[in-house]
Design a protein around this ligand. Structure first.
Ligand SMILES: *[C@@H]1O[C@H](CO)[C@@H](O)[C@H](O)[C@H]1NC(C)=O
Ligand SMILES: *[C@@H]1O[C@H](CO)[C@@H](O)[C@H](O)[C@H]1NC(C)=O
Ligand SMILES: *[C@@H]1O[C@H](CO)[C@@H](O)[C@H](O)[C@H]1NC(C)=O
Ligand SMILES: *[C@@H]1O[C@H](CO)[C@@H](O)[C@H](O)[C@H]1NC(C)=O
Ligand SMILES: *[C@@H]1O[C@H](CO)[C@@H](O)[C@H](O)[C@H]1NC(C)=O
Ligand SMILES: *[C@@H]1O[C@H](CO)[C@@H](O)[C@H](O)[C@H]1NC(C)=O
Ligand SMILES: *[C@@H]1O[C@H](CO)[C@@H](O)[C@H](O)[C@H]1NC(C)=O
Ligand SMILES: *[C@@H]1O[C@H](CO)[C@@H](O)[C@H](O)[C@H]1NC(C)=O
Ligand SMILES: *[C@@H]1O[C@H](CO)[C@@H](O)[C@H](O)[C@H]1NC(C)=O
Ligand SMILES: *[C@@H]1O[C@H](CO)[C@@H](O)[C@H](O)[C@H]1NC(C)=O
Length: 368
């Protein structure tokens, strides 16, 4: 009798332990919304497609080191999203390719400037209802920059934790946008600080090649590449995990755009065919329209690289279509990643790719 009660108690302890897995984060289906893109951040027909929407972008003021935001759409963003669906989380993206390298480098390298930046970012997020901050310094290119970025994350997390103690709101989320591999530059990303201080990272798993870099057609966001190559997503994800960032902190970036090459000879049009730029970047929406308008044959899906490409006259366009999105979402789930993040949702065509990602996620959930 006694042992039976003990077993029942143990069983309950076991159950309660299991049902509280240290605040595990549910799978993330995130999307960037670029201000000025003109589309609504949430689908009129379906508000279940994304769990997180990220407003892009806030810049940095080069004298005050506070945030600088040019667009009016900014202040209404969270309210607009929440009106559609209260449970979508909104984040504010800071930085990106247009942010001045010297400003970021100076900010990260000086504790006074870091404090201005951190305090203002928290204040701004709270004031406009954002639930988190997403930092991007893709041009960091010295080991000092990388070390300073580590210090920045350390102090940022401490400030966020401190702010939470005085706040009735839940702790702000802190994430970063990173290159597809941790060791692209002379310095390596501050892995240890990232693991301890960031909720997760958004891995930009694309732009391996753009047409100005090579004179042949390539899969610019290949999931795999034959042979022992470093120009693909599978390589980058493995590199992040080997460097010490767990899969459960990695969110896979999906491009909703592609690149256009000019074929040297339209009859020679497989991957690796001779071609030249110029580097035209096209949204998924525009690629569809362009191929339809010109009555191009259906896009080809190459499963070796996991890429779609479509040939329109002498234009050769590499992109992520429905097949690719399905395969990449499936990959992210199989590798135990935390989710996917789309750059950017307004480049979708009538939410086709967004739905494809979501459906793949739902299918997997039923299997596992
Ligand atoms: C709201 O968003 C959440 C998170 O993405 C989703 O699970 C839920 O189904 C959505 N609800 C509605 C009514 O769209
Ligand atoms: C940057 O901050 C300084 C000092 O607060 C301010 O005078 C200036 O107008 C700001 N610049 C921009 C572009 O917002
Ligand atoms: C970046 O900022 C530095 C110093 O604040 C300034 O000298 C430089 O002109 C800026 N560069 C660009 C491209 O705006
Ligand atoms: C940081 O900037 C402040 C204000 O310009 C300056 O007084 C201080 O010396 C700088 N600190 C370092 C370590 O460069
Ligand atoms: C780092 O990148 C910036 C901006 O692209 C550039 O101005 C700077 O010279 C680079 N520094 C090094 C050490 O490569
Ligand atoms: C938190 O509240 C305490 C007491 O009201 C105050 O002294 C402290 O400055 C506040 N801290 C922050 C980070 O707002
Ligand atoms: C591609 O070809 C063009 C024209 O022949 C040439 O100017 C350019 O340097 C080549 N680019 C590369 C990356 O080889
Ligand atoms: C993908 O393209 C490469 C290069 O043209 C080719 O060698 C390979 O066979 C293709 N894969 C499939 C599955 O067609
Ligand atoms: C499709 O492309 C044509 C020709 O460039 C353009 O006139 C039209 O506005 C485009 N349609 C959409 C929906 O983008
Ligand atoms: C919304 O999208 C999900 C995932 O694609 C789908 O299962 C659901 O049926 C859609 N709901 C509506 C109302 O279209």
């Amino acid at each position: 009798m006694v042992s039976r009660i003990a077993i029942i108690i143990l069983f309950h302890v076991f159950l309660s332990l299991n049902s509280h897995p240290a605040k595990a984060q549910a799978w993330i289906k995130a999307g960037y919304w670029y201000s000025g893109s003109g589309c609504l951040p949430v689908s009129d027909k379906n508000s279940t497609l994304y769990t997180h929407l990220i407003y892009a972008a806030a810049d940095l003021n080069s004298s005050s080191y506070q945030l600088s935001i040019r667009s009016d759409s900014f202040s209404a963003f969270t309210n607009t999203v929440k009106r559609k669906n209260q449970s979508i989380t909104t984040l504010l993206f800071i930085g990106g390719w247009n942010t001045n390298y010297s400003t970021l480098s100076a900010m990260a390298g000086n504790s006074t400037y870091r404090k201005s930046f951190i305090d203002d970012s928290i204040k701004t997020a709270r004031h406009y209802g954002f639930q988190g901050l997403d930092f991007s310094w893709l041009t960091a290119n010295t080991s000092d920059d990388m070390d300073n970025m580590g210090t920045l994350f350390e102090e940022w997390r401490a400030a966020i934790a401190l702010e939470t103690r005085n706040s009735s709101l839940s702790e702000l989320i802190l994430t970063a946008v990173v290159q597809y591999s941790p060791t692209l530059h002379s310095g390596s990303y501050p892995i240890d600080s990232m693991r301890r201080n960031l909720n997760w990272i958004h891995v930009l798993a694309f732009d391996y090649y753009i047409p100005t870099w090579v004179n042949s057609t390539v899969a610019s966001a290949a999931l795999y590449a034959p042979g022992d190559r470093d120009d693909n997503t599978d390589y980058g994800i493995a590199a992040w995990i080997n460097a010490g960032l767990p899969a459960s902190k990695l969110v896979l970036g999906l491009p909703f755009f592609g690149y256009v090459w000019k074929l040297a000879n339209p009859n020679e049009n497989s991957i690796g065919a001779p071609a030249t730029g110029p580097a035209d970047r096209m949204s998924y929406k525009d690629i569809n329209n362009y191929s339809k308008t010109n009555r191009a044959a259906d896009p080809i899906y190459n499963s070796t690289y996991v890429v779609n490409y479509v040939i329109v006259g002498s234009d050769w366009i590499s992109f992520d279509g429905v097949d690719v999105v399905r395969k990449k979402v499936s990959y992210a789930m199989e590798k135990g990643l935390l989710g996917y993040v789309v750059w950017e949702i307004c480049q979708d065509d009538n939410w086709v790719l967004s739905q494809a990602g979501m459906r793949m996620f739902l299918n997997h959930k039923m299997i596992f």
